[in-house]
Design a protein around this ligand. Structure first.
Ligand SMILES: Nc1ncnc2c1ncn2[C@@H]1O[C@H](COP(=O)(O)OP(=O)(O)O)[C@@H](O)[C@H]1O
Ligand SMILES: O=P(O)(O)O[C@H]1O[C@H](CO)[C@@H](O[C@H]2O[C@H](CO)[C@@H](O)[C@H](O)[C@H]2O)[C@H](O)[C@H]1O
Length: 446
């Protein structure tokens, strides 16, 4: 245990801890799915906060600097043991050779059922641990001792499922502030919006300022995400238009509820110009980081010129911000919308801003295109049919059709594809050809 290993808990100061951990984290962090600097070596590490959650289990916020001077903050729950049982071997972070942890094994404690259970206990019992604050919705009963498992699969964060009843998402790359993935579902729950699972407990840190770290919500048992369903439909040569239509309706329903909870902005006369400037600057910045974009930049800009000239028609409001097929779950015949975090690469303040609802629509349209390009042979016709059905479903619920804002929709689709190119370059370089196929199509004005 940490205490015995280091003689006294007081002796484990951040510099001493780093003396042990820097080497192992420099190797381990870049291998993680949620690490945002793929291909860039970690050049510097600093401890932002360190809390012993229970003996042998440290909660850490670590600032990591990559070559090229990107700074990111990551949340880690690290266990330290002398001997690790074989069932935890897959969770090894490393074996420090220096400092107070030399000779011990450091592992990702989220994979340790004991640490996961103790974390749930913290969430069940509001209170503090150092700078960490645990809170919950008093209306919901969370039973003790639920068996925990780490969710496997593609994720930007790490989620633990407790007894198939609750799911806890721990944000990995931390941006300071209140995370919209707590704020929005909580507000929607207050509105009685049944499309979104509502938070039952959450925790945050007060250091260096109030920042959401994790959210517990009901687990939709037996639900399948839209991405899996879409790929199945494609593999079986099956139509996906009924599901797409219903998904359009669900999206519109969430947008209408969001407009009731968060008062929409008054449209700004210069909104179109500001929007286009933002998109152009994102394109330029991204092209510097993803060289494959460079040949398309001048042609893509044409999509943004149209927005600058006409601007958004409808008042901007709070939206989902990163809507795609992986963010929707189908349980029975019903769609649910999850993960209101927004695009993780954007600053939190920007993600919480009112925006055009068309942006979410564009995200989902891109996702149908993604699914159709996930495997060879590509199936653009399948995507076109889903896209039409989705917009028709949206129009049926919202009483306006996103296709009537074709210029704005196209600009947002382009902006989304640019974002995706950056996301894939950073996190899943093998996937880069998928957004690049859309970039090539959009640059040709198709
Ligand atoms: N309430 C829920 N019920 C069932 N499964 C869920 C729930 N919330 C999330 N999931 C599962 O967890 C996965 C990741 O969740 P998500 O919030 O998108 O995390 P991330 O932001 O890390 O990608 C989803 O694709 C889904 O399979
Ligand atoms: O992890 P999040 O769900 O918050 O979102 C990020 O990761 C997504 C990939 O897991 C990424 O989505 C892209 O790939 C999806 C298929 O895996 C596809 O459905 C989306 O349309 C496409 O954008 C998303 O962009 C990123 O923010």
């Amino acid at each position: 245990m940490l205490k015995t290993a280091t003689q006294s808990r007081e002796s484990l100061s951040p510099p001493l801890l780093l003396a042990s951990l820097a080497g192992v984290l420099q190797k381990w962090l870049p291998e993680q799915r949620w690490f945002a600097g793929k291909g860039l070596p970690v050049t510097e590490l600093a401890v932002v906060s360190m809390t012993e959650l229970h003996p042998g289990c440290l909660h850490l916020l670590i600032r990591s600097r990559h070559a090229g001077s990107r700074d990111d903050c990551y949340q880690l729950l690290l266990g330290v043991r002398r001997d690790l049982p074989p069932r935890l071997h897959h969770a090894v972070v490393g074996r420090p050779t220096e400092g107070p942890l030399a000779g011990l094994t450091v592992y990702d404690a989220l994979h340790d059922p004991r640490s996961a259970t103790l974390l749930l206990e913290r969430l069940r019992t509001p209170g503090t641990a150092g700078p960490l604050r645990f809170e919950r919705d008093v209306q919901t009963v969370v039973p003790p001792n639920l068996t925990a498992r780490v969710l496997d699969g593609e994720q930007s964060n790490t989620s633990l499922v407790y007894g198939d009843s609750f799911i806890l998402k721990l944000f990995r790359r931390i941006q300071y502030g209140v995370n919209p993935d707590l704020e929005v579902p909580w507000a929607l729950a207050g509105q009685g919006c049944a499309r979104v699972p509502s938070p039952v407990a959450w925790f945050w840190t007060s250091e260096p300022r109030k920042t959401t770290l994790g959210v517990l919500q009901p687990f939709l048992r037996g639900a399948t995400d839209g991405w899996t369903l879409a790929l199945k439909s494609l593999a079986a040569g099956r139509d996906f238009t009924d599901e797409s239509y219903e998904l359009g309706r669900a999206t519109a329903e969430v947008h209408l509820a969001l407009a009731r909870v968060f008062v929409p902005d008054i449209p700004d006369r210069h909104g179109g110009r500001h929007l286009a400037e933002g998109m152009m600057s994102r394109l330029d910045t991204t092209a510097r980081q993803v060289p494959a974009l460079v040949p398309y930049v001048s042609r893509l800009r044409a999509a943004y010129d149209a927005v600058a000239a006409h601007g958004p028609v409808r008042p901007p409001q709070r939206i989902h911000g990163d809507l795609h097929l992986g963010q929707v779950l189908r349980a029975g015949q019903r769609w649910f919308v999850i993960d209101f975090e927004g695009e993780p690469a954007r600053p939190i303040a920007e993600r919480r801003r009112a925006q055009a609802t068309v942006r979410d629509v564009a995200g989902m349209l891109r996702s149908f295109d993604y699914a159709a390009h996930a495997r060879r042979p590509w199936q653009p016709r399948w995507a076109r049919r889903c896209r039409e059905a989705y917009c028709a479903g949206y129009a049926a619920e919202a009483s306006w059709d996103p296709r009537t804002e074709a210029g704005l929709l196209r600009a947002y689709e382009t902006d989304r594809a640019v974002y995706e190119a950056l996301y894939e370059a950073r996190h899943r370089p093998d996937w880069l050809p998928v957004p690049m196929a859309a970039i090539a199509r959009l640059a040709e004005g198709r």
